[in-house]
Design a protein around this ligand. Structure first.
Ligand SMILES: O=C(O)C[C@H]1C=CC(=O)O1
Length: 94
């Protein structure tokens, strides 16, 4: 198991065809909801006031995360920042 904190900033070009935009956003939603159901996309939060999200992924490896992120329909239109997480030694839960 490997946990990753990911920030995604969505930057869809203003001149993208509205139909392509709507279809891509719909595919993105379906893809993300499938990964949420699988347990791999554990958290998904909107950053207030921005077309950005903060996500937590629970995957086998950085390679798996890379594959999942590259598969996002909006991947060509996003900037991403990825941070690998490890357990804090002061945590009290198991
Ligand atoms: O809207 C976003 O933040 C981008 C992306 C993440 C999940 C989803 O459905 O779209």
């Amino acid at each position: 198991m490997a946990l990753f904190h990911v920030r995604m900033d969505v930057k869809i070009p203003h001149d993208l065809d509205p139909e392509v935009r709507a279809e891509t956003v719909a595919r993105e939603k379906a893809y993300s909801q499938e990964l949420q159901r699988s347990g791999k996309w554990k958290e998904l939060w909107r950053i207030v006031g921005q077309y950005s999200n903060i996500s937590i992924f629970d995957v086998e490896s950085a390679d798996e995360l890379h594959e999942l992120l590259q598969g996002l329909p909006l991947f060509p239109y996003m900037d991403m920042e990825v941070m690998a997480l490890t357990r804090h030694p002061s945590r009290i839960d198991d």
